[in-house]
Design a protein around this ligand. Structure first.
Ligand code: NAD
Length: 480
């Protein structure tokens, strides 16, 4: 029951779910190689809706022979694609971008069903941004000589992406690669393959020459076969630091070029002069957007001691209003955790937080009985040595630490093996500049959080990886 506020009346909550009718999920899917869907030679696996545990489809697991076939198709297509005038390549990218816009509702609904993220995020963030990346890199295709990185493509790119932003990460990988004249073999994550397969249909619809984009579904062994294939010139990986490290070792000593976009443990720093209500919105956006399955999530809140009590009180109040539930409901703020495995990792690390002596508070909300769910949660009394302050939880869990001076805030923020992103909340422009210049993070937001734009490079320091995606800098990874 929700009170209307102005009168004593109250009303039942009325769900507003987006219709699922727009998506056509097939019972089973093959692999997309050389412009066609073909049967995979490996075992099939199931993709599951994490909000209901319903099996959505059977998907092929590509084996080594499939990887080889896809790399061969990409190699065969590469010369023609690279020789095509940039302005012609651009037309394909513009066409793909427009089709993404035209089919955006369908892609967004499918993304929310397969991933568990709220429809308002897939509809308003993931899919419009994916189209924007294709539009942006389409514009570069005939201007590569002005990029500062030359205009010679690397060749065939093997690309492996995670499950947290399946369609958006695909666009980050494929758009710059194609604009530069490379061809690609992309492997989506095993729990979220469906929108990548829909993208394969979009490539057909755009009449993209066969072999320019190949999509292989499968798990870690498929990814491993792809990145270690001898005829792949470039490896682009987004995922966990552990797998990134293994990939870096496996390609060491080869001619392959590598970019790694890995984990993070961002500090979101709130100074005492910050506009507190806006900061609270930024903290909520920083850690509860996409259930906290965000590499640059603001998972460590550093709040100045003098305002800590006030900030925490307002934050808890705001967390109490977050609506958790059906990802397809347009009012949902927090959707499902992507998989049973991820849920158990979140539970495990949260239990460690309590064992280490931090105090746990979870927003009072009812969790659906089916599917994978975790309530928005914060930990206070966290020290820097705690595992919940050091390790990536990759879920809706915030660790709160306090500081007294700007120097202490910077020292605590930098005391992390990661260095992907950070947030600063203060009224003083001079303080923003000073603190930002001392933070070891690839992306720093001031008085906002989780803002993305195709013109802006994104990437990390230290264990967050190397290389940049987005903007002019993102071209460097795909040019010789
Ligand atoms: P993961 O590393 O387990 O999996 C990522 C992808 O790698 C999947 O497609 C998986 O099948 C594949 N893979 C697994 N083992 C492999 C191997 N040995 N060789 C090649 N490929 C292999 O990560 P995840 O759990 O899917 O994703 C979450 C992680 O991704 C988090 O750590 C998060 O911070 C990170 N991430 C980083 C960014 C960024 O831009 N820095 C963006 C999104 C996610």
């Amino acid at each position: 029951m929700v009170s209307t506020g102005s009168t004593n009346e109250s009303f039942e909550y009325a769900p507003a779910p987006e219709s699922r009718g727009i998506v056509d999920i097939k019972a089973s899917y093959g692999l997309f190689i050389d412009g066609k869907f073909v049967d995979g030679r490996g075992e099939a696996f199931k993709s599951v809706n994490p909000a209901t545990e319903e099996v959505l489809a059977e998907v092929s697991e590509a084996n080594e022979a499939d990887v080889d076939a896809a790399v061969k198709a990409a190699r065969k297509a590469q010369r023609g694609w690279a020789r095509m005038p940039g302005a012609e390549r651009a037309k394909y990218l513009f066409r793909i971008a427009r089709i993404i816009q035209e089919r955006s509702r369908e892609i967004a609904v499918l993304e929310s069903i397969d991933n568990g993220k709220p429809i308002k995020e897939s509809r308003d963030v993931d899919i419009p941004l994916a189209a924007a990346y294709f539009f942006y890199y389409a514009g570069w295709a005939d201007k590569l000589e002005y990029s500062g990185f030359g205009s010679t493509p690397l060749g065939v790119a093997g690309q492996v992406i995670p499950w947290n932003f399946p369609f958006l990460m695909l666009s980050w990988k494929i758009a710059p690669a194609l604009a530069c004249g490379n061809t690609v073999v992309l492997k989506p994550a095993e729990t979220t393959p469906l929108t990548a397969l829909l993208f394969a249909e979009i490539c057909q619809q755009a009449d993209l020459p066969p072999g320019v984009v190949n999509i292989l579904t499968g798990a870690g062994s498929t990814g491993q076969a792809l990145v270690s294939h001898p005829d792949v010139d470039k490896v682009a990986f987004t995922g966990s630091t552990a797998v990134g490290r293994a990939i870096a070792q496996s390609v060491a000593g080869s001619e392959k070029r590598v970019t790694l976009e890995l984990g993070g443990k961002a500090a979101n720093i709130v100074f005492d002069d910050a506009p507190i209500d806006q900061a609270v919105e930024g903290i909520v956006n920083g850690i509860f957007f996409n259930q906290g399955h965000v590499c640059c999530a603001g998972s460590r809140l550093l709040v100045q001691e003098s305002v800590a009590e006030d900030v925490l009180e307002r934050l808890k109040r705001r967390m109490g209003t977050l609506r958790l539930g059906d990802p397809l409901d347009k009012n949902t703020d927090v959707g499902a955790i992507n998989s049973a495995a991820q849920l158990s990792r979140i539970r495990e690390l949260s239990a460690v937080g309590e064992e280490e002596g931090a105090e746990r508070w979870s927003a009072p909300c009812e969790l659906p009985s089916n599917g994978f769910w975790f309530p928005p949660t914060l930990f206070t009394g966290v020290s820097q040595a705690h595992r919940i302050a050091r390790e990536e939880i990759f879920g809706p869990v915030l660790s709160v630490l306090t500081f007294r001076t700007p120097a202490e805030a910077v020292a605590k923020a930098n005391n992390s093996p990661y260095g992907l992103s950070a947030g600063i909340w203060t009224e003083k422009g001079s303080r923003i500049l000073q603190v930002a210049s001392e933070l070891r993070a690839g992306v720093i937001w001031a008085n906002t959080f989780n803002k993305f734009d195709p013109t802006s490079p994104f990437g990390g320091y230290k264990e967050s990886g190397y290389g940049r995606e987005g903007g002019r800098h993102g071209l460097e990874a795909y040019l010789r």
